[in-house]
Write a protein that binds this ligand. Structure first.
Ligand SMILES: Cc1ncc(C[n+]2csc(CCOP(=O)(O)OP(=O)(O)O)c2C)c(N)n1
Length: 327
């Protein structure tokens, strides 16, 4: 990784953390719609994987991967507007606070149905291969989400078709309050049979970035999908309503000491590189202004509620008026 990529990656991780901190404040002030699903401690996994992609690649993040969205160009103000349910938010005040993306910037919107994005992104990867385009699709899955049928179906399809798909496995300690050994019979990394699997320290941003670059190259070389397992830890509850009482405080403390942001700063310093002076203050100032603008943004009009819910294909013909299907 060169200096410019390192500086961008560091800023992305810091921006992710500070944006989420601002969201937590908005949540506690009673402004947000729904809870806040933080990626505290996992920023390296979300940011460094997305950063390793090319501009033509397409991502389908999980709801906890705000960092990947920010790397792809989502603005914190859009995030605030979406959480506040305002008319000028990406979805016009509809749907969940983190269900938005935008195909124009190569983001298939996160979905709450765990595993569902694996077959969807395998389909995206299939379209790249059919069109002979040198692009890859990337999605993320938690250890819990990998227990779904959708994960296995999508992964197997990608293996059989040798699709350019990277599935980032977020081994982050718990699926809500369930530890891996209570919900899976084999190690997480053994769950993508047939795919090439890489296991990395998910809190080491430089290592995650390098592995994601390797994964992308394997995909472009036609070697089929890669399962990139990042060992990390969720340093906050599942969402703001979860106080993590099921986690041993000593374990939490051990992972706090592996915080990916200071670790990456130390790595950068070893390369002789240092972040822009006052970076956190600059980002804080911009986030504060963005949050204020979002709080002042208009609410959706009630009469707009159903707009865009259904395709406009005209009224349904009356029963019995349709011609019979030709045999
Ligand atoms: C198919 C499906 N089953 C159950 C849920 C409810 N649910 C939401 S988050 C969650 C735990 C997810 O754990 P994991 O996949 O490990 O991701 P993490 O939250 O640890 O990032 C569950 C069970 C869901 N959203 N989708």
């Amino acid at each position: 990784m060169d200096q410019s990529a390192a500086l961008r990656l560091h800023e992305a991780m810091l921006l992710t953390r500070l944006t989420e901190e601002r969201l937590v404040k908005l949540f506690r002030q009673g402004h947000t719609m729904g809870s806040v699903y933080r990626s505290l401690g996992q920023e390296a996994t979300a940011c460094a994987t997305a950063m390793a992609l090319g501009p033509e690649d397409v991502i389908g993040p999980m709801i906890r991967d705000l960092g990947a969205m920010l790397v792809r160009g989502v603005q914190p103000e859009e995030v605030f507007l979406q959480y506040l349910g305002r008319a000028t938010s990406p979805t016009g005040g509809r749907d969940h606070n983190n269900h938005f993306g935008g195909l124009a910037r190569g983001i298939v919107a996160p979905s709450s149905m765990l595993g569902a994005l694996v077959p969807v992104m395998a389909g995206v990867a299939l379209s790249f291969r059919q069109r002979k385009e040198p692009r890859v699709a990337m999605t993320w899955i938690g250890d819990g989400g990998s227990s779904t049928g959708a994960f296995y179906e999508g992964m197997n399809f990608a293996v059989v078709q040798r699709l350019p798909l990277i599935v980032v496995g977020e081994a982050n300690g718990f699926a809500f309050s369930t530890p891996p050994e209570r919900q899976m019979g084999v190690p997480f990394a053994a769950r993508a049979q047939g795919a090439s699997t890489l296991v990395v320290d998910g809190n080491d941003a430089a290592e995650v970035y390098a592995a994601a670059r390797t994964a992308r190259q394997r995909c472009l070389d036609g070697q089929g999908p890669v399962f990139l397992v990042c060992e990390t830890f969720r340093l906050a509850g599942h969402a703001e309503h979860d106080d993590q009482r099921y986690v041993d405080p000593a374990l939490l403390e051990a992972w706090r000491r592996k915080d990916p942001i200071p670790r990456f700063e130390a790595w950068m310093s070893g390369q002789g590189w240092s972040p822009e002076p006052g970076l956190a203050a600059r980002l804080e100032g911009a986030l504060s202004a963005a949050a204020d603008r979002a709080l002042a943004a208009p609410w959706p009009e009630p009469r707009e509620l159903a707009a865009g819910l259904f395709a406009s294909c005209g009224p349904l013909p009356p029963h019995g008026s349709r011609p019979h299907d030709p045999q």
